[in-house]
Design a protein around this ligand. Structure first.
Ligand code: CP3
Length: 343
């Protein structure tokens, strides 16, 4: 029995389940210690013993209701043969795809598993170690977000380089989206076979697209991934996170195959209450900045968020990943606060 799985499957639960994006991360001294032992961020991702260790750390320390596989959305690009590096203080750097011949150099989709095998091992190891009532969330980046890193070569505010490529080299862009979609389907199927209970798809840069583009290049490929996988694994629930897409968020909520919609901190909760069907399961919304603040301010915000979501199925989470400057005692406070709620 798992409160989180019950909620994700649409059953009535006594309180919202709680977990955090990036719950294994630099705000935790245990994580920093394991990461130092790994040597680098990528080594940590590809070392299944250490990746299992950091996945479990926040579960044991805080009692979150779900674990999320420790990996990164960019590993699949690495596995496709694009050189991915994480540079201290700069974030990810990728050899950018600029023209057709760069696309031709990308590996065959089926070749990804050799490099990603340690990730599947991590899933198997985590499943052995987790308490049976704590499910494991597997994940992937959405094709558009992966394409932005592939084309921009890094995280870029507004993703203008990728957006220009989308307009100016549309046929090549569509090829890239197709390739990333197929690779993601294969990647997620392997995570499910290894034991992932739920899948989350992160479209972190969806907000850089205009409304038409969001439907075509964010929603559509995600839907294809979900439908393809559900043909084989109809019981696996999907959490979809189209970050910062504004009111077009309602189009994602209209898709029945998306079991849970994750929401950032920018969408107005009153708008959600008025516009989104009351049985849709929503996850997220607390602005991660409140985890850096005084207890009193954090509690005020917790009250607002939980009150506003009281009338619908809801999974407590942040609007984006937890930041390295979050206070550990605030994370503890949030988990205890949510566990004390009666919905
Ligand atoms: O949520 C979790 O706890 C699971 C693990 C996870 C990580 N990254 C670990 C990580 C997940 C699900 C991700 C997803 C991810 N990675 C996304 C989508 C979600 C989002 O944040 O929008 C994106 C865009 C990435 C790409 C990425 N990885 C960036 C931009 C960075 C650098 C930014 C930073 O915080 O330094 C990373 C590195 C990264 N991925 C860290 C962690 C814990 C920090 C690396 C470190 O230890 O130095």
């Amino acid at each position: 029995m798992s409160l989180f799985l019950d909620c994700v499957k649409g059953l009535q639960v006594e309180r919202p389940p709680v977990w955090f994006m990036r719950q294994a991360g630099r705000y935790l001294s245990d994580y920093r210690e394991t990461r130092a032992r790994a040597g680098s961020f990528l080594n940590l991702c590809y070392n299944s013993d250490l990746a299992t260790e950091v996945t479990i750390q926040p579960i044991e320390k805080f009692g979150f209701d779900a674990a999320i596989l420790f990996a990164d959305i960019l590993l699949i690009l690495d596995a496709l043969g694009v050189n991915v590096r994480f540079v201290e203080g700069q974030g990810p750097l990728i050899e950018p795809v600029k023209e057709k011949k760069d696309i031709e150099r990308i590996n065959n989709v089926h070749a990804i598993h050799e490099k990603l095998f340690p990730v599947y091992e991590t899933v198997r190891k985590i499943k052995k170690e987790l308490p049976t009532n704590v499910p494991l969330i597997g994940f992937a980046g959405a094709p558009w977000t992966l394409a932005t890193y592939l084309i921009n070569g890094k995280g870029e505010q507004g993703s203008l380089t990728a957006k220009k490529f989308l307009i100016e080299n549309n046929r090549d862009f569509e090829k890239i989206i197709k390739l990333l979609t197929e690779a993601t389907i294969e990647y997620l199927i392997m995570q499910i076979k290894a034991g992932a209970d739920v899948i989350k798809i992160f479209d972190s840069w969806a907000g850089a697209l205009n409304a038409d583009m969001v439907l075509r290049y964010s929603l559509r490929p995600i839907k294809r991934i979900v439908i393809e996988i559900k043909k084989q694994f109809p019981k696996i629930p999907f959490i979809v996170f189209p970050r910062s897409v504004n009111t077009i968020y309602s189009n994602f909520c209209d898709e029945d195959c998306f079991d849970v919609l994750a929401v950032d901190q920018f969408l107005d909760r009153k708008w959600i209450a008025n516009e989104i069907q009351p049985n849709k399961i929503i996850q997220g919304n607390l602005d991660p900045i409140f985890l850096t603040q005084k207890k009193k301010i954090l509690i005020q915000e917790l009250k607002k968020v939980t009150q506003d979501f009281k009338k619908r199925p809801y999974i407590f989470n942040l609007g984006h990943g937890i930041t390295p400057d979050a206070k550990v005692e605030n994370v503890e406070l949030v988990v205890n606060y949510i566990k004390g709620l009666k919905f």
